[in-house]
Each structure stands twice: as C-alpha cells, then as structure tokens.
Design a binder for this molecule. Structure first.
Ligand code: HOZ
Length: 430
C-alpha cells in the first residue's frame, strides 16, 4: 500500500532529525507537509502519493537537462557495471578535469571532490596555505557550505530557520571570518585598509543564489578583483550554483572577471554528488601531494559520478543551449511579473541563465538586508497555492529557483496559469 507524504514524514521524524537530511526540505518556513519524491522526469517530479508537480528546484541546480536525461542515465548505468568506487585514479576523472579546465580558462588545474561544501572548505584552506594569512572575507547572505569558519550569518537553510549562526561553532573558529554586505565594495576596501596583510581571500557567490537570487551590482566583482590583486589576497568565485548554470562559463564568463580560485558542484555532477575546486597553477601546486596543504577524499573522482558529469557536460555544450535556457527563464520571469501586476500584488522577479528569483517586494533586492525585508507571509501563501495546483517552487523565500532545458513553453505557460490563480488568492487574502 502506498504511504502518504504525511505518513512518510511521521516515519522519517522517528529516525531522522526533523524528518529530513537537509533543513530546508522540512518545509518549516512555509508550513505543511514536505513532499516525499519518488521519481522525476524532465521538468516534472512525482511524490509518494503519485501527484505530479512542475519542478523549479531541480535538485537545487544540477537538473539543468531536466530530470533523468536518458543519456545521463545510460552513462551512469554503463559506469556502474564496471564498479562503484575504487579509491584509485581513473581516466574519467582526467576527462572531467580537462573538460572543466577547457571551459573555464581560470581553472588551470582542478581537484575533484564530492560536494560543494568540500570544494569551498578546501579552497579556503588552500588560500590560507598559499598566502600564509589567516583571515577571509565573505558576504552576508552568501552561503558556501557548512564548514565551521563559514557559518557566520550564512544564508540558505540557516536563514530559513531564522537563525543566523549555528550552535556548535566555537567563536574562535570564526574569529578570522569577516562578514561584509554583498554589493558593498567600499566595505571591502575598508576591511583591507584595516587588515590587508592578514587577509588570505575573499570568497563570493558572484551571483548570490542562497539568499534568493541576487545579482552583483555593476562594478562590485571588478572591485573585488582589484582590491584582492592590490593586497595579494586570492579572489574565490563560489560557482557551485552558478557554474554552467548562468552560462557556458559561469559568472566569470559573463563578466570577464578572472578569479584566482573557483569552486564548482551541482551541474558538473549531473545529479551525482560531485564538487571541484581549481584555479591558478601556482596556487594549486600547494595542494598535497605537491604541497603542504592537505586535502583528500575516498569518493573523490568517483567513476559513476564522473560518468554523469561528463554526459551532462557534453549535452550542455550543444550550440544554442544557454540561449534557449535563458529564453525559458525570461518567459517565466516576465510572465510572473505580469500576472502579479494583474492581481495587484507587490512583486518583483529576476533571472539569469537558468536561475531566477521571486521577491514579494516592489523592487529586486540587491543585498541581504533588502531581501530579508520582503514579505515572507506573502511568499508562503503564494508557495502553498502553487503547490496545491502542482507547481513546486523552493520551499523557502530565500532560495533561488531553477529552470531546465525541458521547461518548454507549455510547461511555463501552465506554471503561469497556476501563478495567476495563486496571486489572486494572495490578493484576496489581504
Ligand atoms: N540550502 C540548500 C540549497 N541552497 C538546500 C540543499 C538541499 O536541501 O538539498
């Protein structure tokens, strides 16, 4: 007999804290029962009760080709037959490293890992080891995984819980982390003026995707590049979300700004657990076994994950892929703006490549302070109304949304019909 979502949630809560393995999935900030997903195909997911949804979470980014693309599934099946994990080098990992290096010119060398958290944690250790300096700058609302030194007013799941810090992180562990406002290059200059010789790196989501979607203001990323170069600090672009999502070369390709190190995840694994960090050859030469900065992982370069990543990278390299993806994102974003305006709901939306943001505010926010000033209650009402009609947006007002290449006109138009009714419900509830 089929279990309902509610039954599964009750059962999960007995053995899994909060019933989930990642906090935002618990629906705490939107209320209601989390959907337990059973299968997915293209732009759709199905829950345990057999209900179909148009999915705008896309596994939080990786599902750029839509779910379960046949070529990716085939690659995984073929690789699995030959063994699941060796803990030894393989040719496939060289191929993925070469593909990443060829597509991102800033990545002269690459180390593959198993998650975005691992990638950013390792990149920061490397930056500290290379420069011999202790401090790092991060930005309010940017999320770089859950390593201790980064859990300082971090976004994403933490924001969702309404708790800006994490218990269990001793203050000494974050004593070298400076948290500055996103899009405020002047604050960065001031920090460098005060602590310049101690700052190892600046890490930034060049388009923030973990406090909803927030784009960099003109000159912000360039300003970071200049100040890092001036003080000999490393600039790290955390492109775990944006890499191969906003365009064929991530934000660095769109802006022409070359970071010293880049972190990747999500799309490069095509749905399997993969991360990567890489950049300047002289910096990467400090990683063990070449240098003194330790980093390792049993599942790094895992053959099944490499197969999924390589198949995905091949497909997204097709001519016109990103133009089509951006076109579909725009159709959604513009359509949502129109429908909200028709219902008289204060609303803004933004999109870049295959990512978008929905904001229950008059204007598109440019910082953590602005995004958290939005109307979370309105988001909840909208979210629930959409979910009830088969459209699954991220269950938090502080997450970006993701469009895949399989979100065709019919899927987007169906979404807009649902959104129109959700905006009306919202307007009536006021
Ligand atoms: N907070 C993560 C995305 N920004 C959620 C990951 C997950 O729950 O899978």
């Amino acid at each position: 007999m089929t279990s309902t979502n509610a039954e599964l949630f009750d059962r999960a809560c007995r053995t899994i804290p909060g019933g989930v393995n990642s906090p935002v999935r618990a629906f705490r900030s939107v209320g209601g029962t989390p959907r337990f997903l059973k299968r997915a195909s293209g732009p759709h997911v199905w829950d345990a009760e057999g209900t179909q949804y148009i999915d705008y979470v896309g596994s939080w980014g990786p599902a750029i080709l839509g779910h379960a693309h046949p070529d990716v599934i085939r690659a995984v099946q073929e690789a699995a037959v030959d063994g699941l994990s060796f803990g030894a080098p393989t040719e496939a990992e060289i191929e993925l490293a070469e593909t990443l290096a060829a597509r991102l010119p800033s990545m002269e060398q690459v180390r593959l890992v198993s998650s975005g958290t691992e990638a950013t944690m390792s990149a920061i250790r490397l930056a500290r080891g290379f420069t011999g300096r202790p401090k790092l700058i991060k930005f309010e609302g940017c999320y770089h995984g859950h390593a201790d030194s980064l859990l300082v007013k971090a976004g994403s799941g933490l924001l969702t819980l309404g708790n800006p810090n994490s218990a269990g992180v001793p203050p000494e562990f974050v004593a070298h982390t400076l948290v500055l406002p996103f899009n405020d290059v002047e604050a960065v200059r001031q920090a460098f003026a005060q602590w310049g010789p101690e700052i190892a790196c600046v890490i930034v989501e060049p388009v923030a995707g973990n406090m909803n979607l927030i784009q960099p203001a003109p000159g912000f990323l360039q300003g970071l590049r200049e100040v890092c170069t001036e003080y000999g600090a490393l600039l790290i672009f955390d492109e775990v979300m944006t890499g191969f999502r906003v365009g064929p070369q991530g934000v660095q390709g769109l802006t022409g700004i070359r970071p010293d190190l880049t972190t990747l995840g999500k799309v490069i694994g095509g749905g399997m657990p993969v991360g990567a960090f890489g950049g300047r050859r002289d910096v990467m030469a400090q990683i063990a076994p070449l240098g003194p900065v330790y980093q390792a992982g049993t599942l790094s370069g895992n053959p099944v994950a490499m197969a999924a990543g390589l198949a995905t990278m091949a497909l997204i390299g097709a001519p016109g892929f990103y133009e089509r993806l951006a076109q579909q994102t725009n159709r959604l974003v513009e359509g949502l703006r129109e429908r909200a305006a028709m219902a008289g709901v204060p609303f803004a939306a933004d999109g870049i490549g295959g990512m978008f943001g929905l904001y229950f505010s008059e204007t598109v926010p440019t910082s953590f302070a602005e995004v958290t000033a939005g109307d979370v209650g309105a988001f909840k009402t909208f979210f629930q109304a959409c979910l009830a009609q088969g459209v699954y947006f991220a269950p938090s007002a502080f997450e970006a949304g993701f469009v895949s290449i399989t979100h065709d006109d019919a899927v987007i138009d169906r979404t807009l019909d649902v959104a129109e009714s959700a905006f009306r419900t919202l307007a009536q509830s006021r």
